[in-house]
Design a protein around this ligand. Structure first.
Ligand code: GLY
Length: 371
């Protein structure tokens, strides 16, 4: 398969996202132009290390590049101050310097953590993202948001630190469970819903075959998603405006994730899918989009076998007021007013603070009633 490139044009922080198959084998050739010495740091997590570290090692060795590696425990629990300390202390103890490159091999947790460790170690090391989950390939590895969670919430400490290169090898997606793949798909469908009706239509036709394993379709879905993200990040790198559109569904998602204790009850991408369906429902109830749009979104998510409604989340949840309180903790709150990403139709998202609390309350109450 031909490798495709999406360029993220950010002046002296510009970089390429390379998308295709066999990229792990080609890692050495792809990364070599960035190196001043043929030795790199690789930070990963234990599960991914078992699956892909040897492949990366071989890909680097093919170009005579050696590596030192650190493997952390898998899971969101690693993306905290302790994980950061561990990564930074290790980079310093291994004497990696500013001219060196750190490779983040893993999903969103590793990408965010290693990106942040790279941002703060010696005031900034260069880093390369090798995302191993669909969610990381289409979203978190691109755009330079890095950070960790604290007891106050997710991603509240971090930095914008752009990678020097992203290698999105769609072969690596074969090792994902169906649940993890579909959770990542929540972020893919988000791109169609927020800004590209043609892409949503393409997904309606092709996403099932893509989920079944078609590498060409997977590469195309990753390419379109990354291109959309690159366009938005080019316009608004530090989220002063348009970048907030990438958070379609996320305010509801963050509340549901908090309500489920950031546990396996709800994966982030699953929350994004449910959140997108809720954003469409609120938009329809507020008279912003047609009544058919939320049904079309929900039909597609259901056809994919995804969590679509709040009722698909197992176990207890807070009531509508409780969920609204949790939504109030969102980073998009300004002067106490919640900013919503709403839609005028499929592919037409916009930011507004002008949504009556009563409309959101009633949509949440109806959604909870179905449980
Ligand atoms: N995941 C949203 C963003 O990168 O802005």
């Amino acid at each position: 398969m031909t490798i495709q490139t999406v360029h993220v044009p950010l002046g002296d922080r510009s970089y390429d996202v390379r998308i295709g198959t066999d990229l792990l084998c080609r890692a050495g050739a792809e990364i070599a132009p960035l190196l001043q010495r043929k030795h790199v740091a690789v930070i990963t997590e234990d599960r991914v290390a078992g699956l892909h570290l040897a492949g990366l090692h071989a890909g680097l060795a093919a170009e005579g590049i050696t590596m030192s590696s650190l493997s952390l425990p898998p899971g969101e629990g690693t993306k905290n101050w302790d994980g950061l300390t561990c990564a930074v202390e290790w980079l310093l103890s291994e004497r990696f310097e500013r001219r060196d490159v750190v490779i983040a091999l893993g999903g969103g947790v590793i990408g965010d953590l290693v990106g942040f460790a790279s941002a703060v170690t010696r005031r900034g090391l260069r880093f390369v993202q090798v995302p191993t989950s669909l969610l990381a390939q289409v979203d978190s590895s691109v755009g330079g948001k890095t950070g960790i969670n604290t007891s106050h919430g997710k991603n509240l400490v971090g930095a914008f630190h752009q990678p020097s290169l992203v290698l999105a090898d769609v072969d690596l997606l074969d090792s994902l469970s169906t649940r993890d793949f579909l959770a990542g798909y929540g972020e893919v469908v988000k791109y169609g819903l927020l800004g590209n009706a043609n892409f949503f239509e393409w997904l309606e036709k092709n996403a099932l075959s893509m989920a079944m394993g078609d590498a060409g379709l997977r590469a195309e879905a990753v390419r379109v998603s990354v291109q959309m993200k690159a366009d938005i990040v080019e316009r608004d790198e530090t989220e002063q405006g348009d970048r907030a559109l990438l958070n379609l569904g996320h305010t509801f998602c963050h509340a549901l994730e908090a309500a489920t204790g950031y546990s396996d009850r709800l994966l982030h991408g699953e929350g994004v899918a449910i959140g997108c369906a809720l954003a469409f429902e609120v938009s329809a109830q507020a008279g912003l989009c047609s009544q058919e749009d939320p049904s079309r979104v929900r039909d597609h998510l259901k056809k994919m076998g995804m969590k679509t409604d709040i009722r698909d989340i197992q176990g207890d949840l807070p009531d509508a007021d409780g969920l609204l309180d949790l939504m109030g903790q969102d980073k998009k709150v300004i002067d106490g007013a919640l900013r919503y990403i709403m839609v005028r139709g499929i592919g037409q998202a916009f930011v507004t603070s002008d949504i009556p609390r009563g409309v959101v309350h009633s949509v949440l109450q109806d959604a909870l009633k179905g449980r």
